[in-house]
Design a protein around this ligand. Sequence first.
Ligand code: DAH
Length: 348
Amino acid sequence: MDIDAVKNALIQELDAVRAAGELEALRAKYLGRKGVLADLTGSIPSLPPEQRGAFGKRVNELKASMAALFDEKQRALGIAPAGRAAEMPDMGMPGIAQDVGRLHVLTQTINEICDIFVRMGFLIVDGLEVETEYNNFTGLNIPLEHPSREAFDTFYLKDLDAAALGRPASDGKLLLRSQTSSVQISVMKERKPPLAVVAPGRVYRPDAVDASHSFMFHQIEGFLVDKDVKFSDLKGTLEFFAKAVFGQDIRMRFRPHFFPFTEPSAEIDISCIICKGKGCSVCGKKGWLEILGSGMIHPNVFTNVGYDPKKYTGFAFGMGVERIAMLKYGINDIRLFYENDLRFLRQF
Ligand code: DAH
């Protein structure tokens, strides 16, 4: 059987086809189990061995061109291609999941805390991470001989002083801020009371890294200055905050403490959120968890920024974001925050 003749016959017959039924009949005639192509393939074994290869190859080519001719006709008739059902997407297959990103748990914690203070009328301010000795220490009434000023407690920028930031050289060396309390000074130097500010951000200390220390961590500073601000305002504000973060049923206590920039000063504890105050391993059997430092802003701080301490009073507080997140979510190692292990981060 002549292969070219078969192809030409098919072309002619296809030309006459007008409907899907006719097309399928023709497909059976040529490509079906007992069709023309099958006959051709079946005749191969009866050929002389030296002709079989070449003939087989031509049969294969014929098969491919016949399939193309049928497809072409099918498209021309506007009929769905054969086997369409098999090509339909399988609606039961699992989809290709889009990996949706999320905010880092520390960012979430910062946002949650700042939102609470914004609801009370506080303004969020971004401070500088490279600061002067003045804003980080001197302005905050931290004396020159205070140990936190030593190079083993603070990162100093080599050979740079305040002039590099456009500040008076008397503002001292440049450093990586060791506390967000520096924002108290930079904001108060620029604005007049009344003001209520929260300042979240990174702080740096040359601590050896372990489960509870890191050379970089995050703090949120808060402060409020106005006429007639009282210690009870501080208490009310912090109680609102602590209950919003840790639950309405927690208890709070103010423990006397010392900070150079506040007088009086207090550390704030909440009743242990794990054992509710009975004493467990998380609170070290004390029943209380320390969450932040606070106090009434020291008159010397007001004088340093040009406020009249007889006219204004105010309170300030500062907390570690990692600490709050660790307590809230039961995280036992600070390093988990910085390792970018998705198995950890995806939980929040
Ligand atoms: N800056 C303090 C620290 O890093 C925290 C702090 C304590 C901030 C008392 C305050 C405060 O504003 O009043 O340990």
